[in-house]
Design a protein around this ligand. Structure first.
Ligand code: XMP
Length: 517
């Protein structure tokens, strides 16, 4: 297993994902992880991430010196290279030319890390690599024992190595996909230099999780709030495989779900997989609570609190439940750890079935805590969940409640459901669904005049939203083909009563958010 020490780069999670993709288990910890914890982790190799600081300023982060004394391979990336250089007796200076973006690196063929990895061969026998650079500082003199393994015109020491101690440093970022050979470099490090096998595979992850879950919960019953989203679905499938009938799922239909969603969840889990699912039809209660409320944050709070209330009532009807399962995944864990230590900048806090009442006193079982989203999806497929469920766009907890602007009415939810269904159906039909990260319709409570047949119509407006994004923190509106938008618009206006006009949202994030409320 590989230990990644995080110096605060925006790419650190990517390093972990690349190592996992190479089939090797890794964990990400803050750069100041203490010596005892490092020893206990017993890494086969250590990666030092990039970071926003400059090593020659005072009080900038350093790796614990144990990192260089354990006798395991170390790979420093960007800031990680620079701190390794400074800590081992070399020097780092501010570069006169900062480098951001694509660069071409000349790699010297003799290093174990880069041997035979190249995008182009150059005339003088060096390999050329197309890489992604993002740095202001550069290594000026090598620490004792190191040699140069890669260079650029602006950074003559862009890659360094001490083959004896198996210490390597790269100024560029192998973890980003713009570095075309990046995955090969990471695989070279973890497989050949750290000697880690490809053991982190979906079937091994499932087998391990099943053992852990069984050991953790024994014969106890486990309760799960099933939403139909990817994470809770995979938790349900995994727990069902591990403990069968001991798992009880509660599925709350709040009346703000997409068309046919409730039936689909029941069909997949209850009928197809034989999971115990209690379906609670709480539409009337939710809509009643939302009556007269138009402020988005207030709507979110009401929906969240009502969910907890309904869930609590159901849970109390079931005897002797000791555990609550949650779909917490590794990025949530990293984010809240970062939030606690104040290191990572936290943009959004995550809650699953957050804030359950104290008196429930359930212990938590979180079988996806170590997994990234793509791993969750892969094990979902391996567990037999349908691909449409596993590769579904995210859907917010408050559901259509934040896609019907202002006050929520039942008939508007019905209108929105039908329009949204057409949009998604056409995206799938045109093979565009997987090319966008999230797409949905929004109900606008304004009326506009239209003509249907010979009649004048004065009806509502539907906005369509489709975005492309990696992390949902920033997003670009999807440039869907005009013909496609034309088709969707015609279908919605013709088939959905109460809609006279369709508009397409071309706002990025920032300045917009993805949802309208
Ligand atoms: P925004 O609108 O903030 O959305 O750009 C970013 C991502 O988060 C989802 N989202 C939510 N998810 N509860 C959730 O579970 C919420 O209240 C909520 N608000 C937004 C949104 O769908 C998008 O994927």
């Amino acid at each position: 297993r590989i230990l990644i020490l995080d110096f605060g780069s925006q790419y650190t999670q990517l390093i972990a994902r690349r190592v996992r993709e190479a089939g090797v288990y890794c964990e990400l910890h803050p750069y100041d992880m203490n010596a005892t914890a490092i020893r206990e982790f017993a890494p086969s190799g250590i990666i030092l991430s990039g970071g926003p600081q400059s090593v020659h300023e005072t009080d900038t982060p350093r790796a614990n010196s144990l990192v260089f004394e354990l006798g395991v391979p170390v790979l420093g990336i960007c800031y990680g290279l620079q701190t390794m250089t400074a800590q081992l007796g070399g020097t780092v200076i501010s570069a006169t030319h900062r480098e951001y973006g694509y660069a071409q690196v000349r790699a010297r063929g003799h290093s174990r890390l880069l041997r035979n990895i190249e995008d182009h061969a150059s005339v003088d026998g060096f390999g050329l690599l197309d890489v992604w650079m993002s740095h202001g500082d550069r290594v000026e003199t090598l620490p004792p024992g190191f040699i140069v393994i890669a260079e650029t015109p602006n950074a003559p020491l862009a890659g360094i190595a001490d083959e004896m101690r198996r210490f390597y440093g790269l100024q560029f970022h192998p973890e980003v996909t713009h570095t075309r050979q990046g995955q090969r470099i990471i695989e070279r490090f973890v497989h050949e230099i750290c000697c880690c096998g490809r053991l982190w595979t979906p079937d091994n992850i499932i087998a391990d999780s099943i053992n852990t879950i069984r050991a953790q919960v024994g014969n106890d019953k486990v309760l799960l709030g099933l939403s139909g989203g990817v994470d809770s679905s995979v938790v349900a499938a995994l727990l069902h495989r591990a403990i069968g009938e001991q798992l009880i799922c509660v599925f709350v239909d709040n009346g703000l779900l997409r068309l046919g969603e409730g039936d689909q969840v029941m069909a997949t889990f209850a009928r197809h997989m034989g999971v115990t699912v209690i379906r609670v039809d709480a539409e009337a209660l939710f809509l009643d609570r939302l009556q007269g409320v138009s402020d988005p944050e207030q709507k979110r709070k009401i929906i969240g609190n009502t969910f907890i209330e309904v869930f609590d009532i159901e849970a109390n009807k079931i005897n002797a439940v000791n555990w609550l399962a949650q779909g917490t995944i590794y990025p949530d864990v990293i984010e809240s750890a970062g939030a606690k230590s104040g290191k990572a900048k936290v943009i959004k806090s995550h809650h699953n079935v957050g804030g359950l009442p104290e008196h429930m006193r359930l212990k938590l079982v979180e079988p996806l805590r170590e997994l990234f989203k793509d791993e969750v999806r892969r094990i979902g497929i391996e567990l037999g969940l349908p691909a449409e469920m596993v590769y579904r766009h995210p859907f917010p907890g408050p559901g259509l409640g934040v896609r019907i602007l202002g006050e929520v009415h039942r008939e508007d939810a019905e209108t929105l459901r039908r329009a949204d269904y057409i949009f998604i159906e056409e995206l799938r039909r045109a093979d565009l669904y997987d090319q966008v990260s999230q797409a949905f319709a929004v109900f606008l409570p304004v009326r506009s005049v239209g003509v249907v047949g010979d009649n004048r119509q004065y009806a509502h407006v539907i906005a369509l939203r489709a975005v492309e994004t990696i992390d949902f923190m920033t997003a670009r509106w999807a440039h869907l083909p005009y013909e496609f938008l034309d088709l969707v618009c015609r279908r919605i206006v013709n088939e959905v009563p109460g809609v006279s006009r369709v508009v397409y949202d071309i706002t990025g994030k920032p300045p917009g958010t993805i949802e309208w409320e």
